[in-house]
Design a protein around this ligand. Structure first.
Ligand SMILES: C[S@@+](CC[C@H](N)C(=O)[O-])C[C@H]1O[C@@H](n2cnc3c(N)ncnc32)[C@H](O)[C@@H]1O
Length: 407
C-alpha cells in the first residue's frame, strides 16, 4: 500500500533523478537517449537502502555496501556517473544478453531497461551477502527478470552464455579466458583494467569484426573500482626503498637496487624543464606509465616532500623512470606566458642526466604528437599463461599482453 509519505518520497526521488540525468548530460557522461531513459526510469534510492535520497542521487557518489575487517571497501554501489559512462561504452541494444560482473542491483536494473523484454540482464557476484542484497533490491524495484548468480566471475557464467556484452564492475588486472569464450562473435567487453598502477575502463571488441582472438579498443575512460576478489585477484608489488619512499610495480620479475635508490633520493636533485605544455594529466600519465617497463609508480611521503627531497606529485603516485640506482619523475611549473603549466623532470642518482633526458623527451613527444583525449589505441592479445613479456608500449599480463599505440 502506498502511504502519503511514500508518495512524497517517490515524488522527491523522481525530481532528484531527473536532475541527475540533466547533470550527467551536461557532464557528457550521458549522450545516448537510451542511457538517459534507463537512468530516468530506475529508482536508484531503492538500491541505496538506508541512505539519504540526496546521496542516492548524487551523480558522482559511490556508496560503500561492505568493507573488510581493515575497512577496505569490498563492495559498493558505483557512482551513476561511471555506470553511465560504461553503459555508453558498452552500446547495449534491445534484445542483447548482458553479463554484469559485480552486483549491486542498480546497474543490472539499468541494463534490464536497455535490453528490454527480449533481452537478458544477468549479474554475477562472488559474495553471497551481496547477491542476496541485490536480489532483494531488484525485487523491491520491480526487476524480478534480472538473474543474479553467485560465482567467482573468473569462470564467467557458462550456463547462461553466450553474452553480447560483458560489463565488469570490479577492478580487473587481466582478462580471464572464460570471458572471451563466453562472448558472442560480435560481443564487447567493458572492463576496468589495471595497467602499471593505472585503471581505465576499456571497451574491447574482437579484432577483424569478430573473426580474430585479439581484442581492440578505441574507447577508454578514467575510473576507479573495488578490486577483483577470488582467483582473478592480483596484488601489485609494493617495493620499500627507504622510509617514506616506495615503488608500486606490476611485474613480478623486475629487480630493483633499493639501496642505490635510497642513496639517490638523498643526493643532489637535477631539474630539467621540457618546454612542453603540461595538460590532461590522466592522459599523459597513461602515455608515460605504459611506454616502457622501466616506468613504475613512485610513491613518496609528505615528510620527504617537506624535507625538500621530493616534489608534491609523489604523494599521489607518479610514473617514474627507474634505471639502476637512478630515477626520474615528472613535475610542473606555472607558465606565465600561456597561463598554463610547463612539464619538467626531477632526477636523482649517478645517471640522473640520462634518465631525465629520456623522460623529458617523452614529455615533449606526448605534448607535440598526442596531447588530446582518447589518443591511445589499446589492444589485448590472449597468450598461453605466463608467456607475455613486457616491452615498449606493452604491458604483460598473465594470460595475455596489453599493447598501446598512440595517434
Ligand atoms: C563496485 S561493486 C559492483 C557494483 C554494482 N555493479 C552496482 O550496481 O553498483 C563490485 C562487486 O564485485 C564483486 N566481485 C569482486 N570480485 C569478484 C569476482 N571474482 N567475481 C564476482 N564478483 C566479484 C564484489 O563482491 C562487489 O560486490
Amino acid at each position: 500500500m502506498t502511504t502519503v509519505r511514500d508518495k512524497n518520497i517517490d515524488e522527491e526521488a523522481a525530481s532528484l533523478r531527473a536532475a541527475m540525468v540533466r547533470e550527467l548530460r551536461d557532464l557528457e557522461a550521458i549522450t545516448a537517449d537510451s542511457v538517459a531513459g534507463a537512468v530516468a526510469a530506475v529508482p536508484r534510492h531503492l538500491f541505496a537502502v538506508g541512505e539519504p535520497l540526496k546521496a542516492a542521487y548524487a551523480a558522482n557518489q559511490a556508496l560503500v555496501i561492505k568493507r573488510d575487517e581493515d575497512g577496505t571497501a569490498l563492495s559498493s554501489l558505483s557512482a551513476t556517473h561511471i555506470q553511465a559512462v560504461m553503459l555508453e561504452q558498452a552500446g547495449i541494444e534491445p534484445g542483447m544478453r548482458v553479463l554484469e560482473v559485480g552486483s549491486g542491483g542498480y546497474n543490472a536494473a539499468l541494463i534490464a531497461e536497455l535490453v528490454g523484454k527480449e533481452g537478458a540482464s544477468i549479474s554475477v557476484d562472488i559474495d553471497a551477502e551481496i547477491v542476496e542484497r541485490a536480489r532483494k533490491c531488484l525485487d523491491a524495484a520491480g526487476y524480478e527478470q534480472v538473474q543474479v548468480v553467485r560465482a567467482d566471475a573468473v569462470a564467467g557464467v557458462p550456463e547462461l552464455a553466450p553474452f553480447d556484452r560483458i560489463i565488469v564492475t570490479a577492478g580487473a588486472w587481466d582478462i580471464p579466458s572464460a570471458w572471451l569464450d563466453q562472448l558472442s562473435e560480435r560481443g564487447r567487453i567493458v572492463v576496468p583494467l589495471r595497467m602499471r598502477g593505472l585503471t581505465r575502463s576499456i571497451a574491447f571488441d574482437r579484432a577483424g569484426g569478430g573473426s580474430e582472438e585479439e581484442l581492440v579498443s578505441d574507447s577508454y575512460r578514467l575510473c576507479g573500482f573495488v578490486p577483483m576478489q577470488g582467483a582473478g585477484a592480483y596484488t601489485e608489488r609494493l617495493i620499500h626503498v627507504t622510509d617514506g619512499l616506495a615503488l608500486r610495480v606490476d611485474d613480478q620479475k623486475q629487480d630493483f637496487d633499493t639501496d642505490a635508490l635510497a642513496a639517490a633520493v638523498r643526493s643532489a636533485r637535477l631539474e630539467v624543464w621540457s618546454g612542453a605544455a603540461f595538460d590532461l594529466p590522466d592522459e599523459l600519465e597513461l602515455f608515460l606509465a605504459t611506454n616502457t617497463p622501466e616506468m613504475v609508480m613512485l610513491h613518496g611521503s609528505k615528510d620527504l616532500v617537506d624535507q625538500g627531497l621530493l616534489a608534491l606529485s609523489v604523494t599521489r603516485g607518479v610514473p617514474a623512470l627507474v634505471s639502476g640506482g637512478s630515477f626520474a619523475y615528472r613535475t610542473k611549473r606555472a607558465n606565465e606566458e600561456t597561463g598554463g603549466f610547463e612539464s619538467g623532470v626531477l632526477a636523482h642518482g649517478p645517471d640522473a642526466e640520462q634518465v631525465a633526458a629520456r623522460y623529458a623527451e617523452l614529455l615533449r613527444r606526448w605534448a607535440s604528437d598526442h596531447q588530446r583525449r582518447g589518443a591511445a589505441r589499446i589492444s589485448y592479445r590472449p597468450m598461453p599463461a605466463g608467456t607475455a613479456e613486457p616491452s615498449q608500449g606493452v604491458v604483460a599480463k598473465r594470460l595475455g599482453a596489453v599493447a598501446f599505440s598512440w595517434s
